[in-house]
Ligand binder design. Structure first.
Ligand code: PNS
Length: 170
């Protein structure tokens, strides 16, 4: 709560296709900064490529990983509207994103400007990835799994198993 007794709600949006241990690091750290964190899973494809997992599957992976981590002030929701509208629906005022390297900066800078133009009252804040997760991204993990690489430690165990099965079938 802030000094006026208002609950501080942070929204961590993303495709999470699938969730990685890097995402979980950011979500866990955000849960210590905010009273409540809502993880927003993009419910419709915003990229040219098809999603590997359905929104419900992605939400399930996140919910179980968050429960395993004991993060009691974190919930997961799917959203299909504009991010800033979703943040308002959640009663939040802050978008929380992870930043890994310079390569993330350009995309996030653009998204920041777009989101601010749409809703100047909603602030975006950035948490730098911990060093051990700074190289992990969902696309890279999916590619590694596709070619039989070892993804242990990069994603939750349940996700690693599901990913190996899914890429063999696709
Ligand atoms: O890089 P990701 O994980 O796919 O991020 C997705 C998201 C929604 C966080 C990013 O594209 C963003 O900030 N978009 C803002 C524009 C918007 O509202 N898009 C609608 C998504 S349903």
């Amino acid at each position: 709560m802030n000094s006026e007794g208002i609950e501080r709600v942070g929204v961590c949006p993303g495709s999470y296709d699938p969730v990685t241990n890097g995402h979980l690091d950011i979500i866990g750290r955000a849960s210590r900064v905010f009273d409540r964190v809502v993880v927003g899973v993009v419910g419709q494809s915003i990229r040219k490529s098809e999603s590997l997992f359905t929104p419900d599957e992605r939400r399930g992976f996140l919910e179980r990983a968050i429960a395993d981590a004991g993060l009691e002030n974190v919930e997961v929701k799917i959203f299909t509207n504009l991010l800033v509208e979703f943040v308002r629906e959640c009663g939040g005022t802050t978008i929380v994103k992870g930043l890994r390297a310079i390569s993330d900066f350009e995309y996030e800078f653009e998204m920041n400007q777009l989101n601010r133009k749409a809703a100047p009252d909603i602030e975006s804040v950035y948490i730098f990835a911990s060093a051990e997760y700074s190289f992990i991204r969902s696309t890279g993990v999916r590619e590694l799994a596709t070619f039989g690489g070892d993804i242990t430690g990069l994603v939750p165990d349940e996700v690693a198993t599901a990913l190996s099965e899914r890429v063999q079938r696709s």
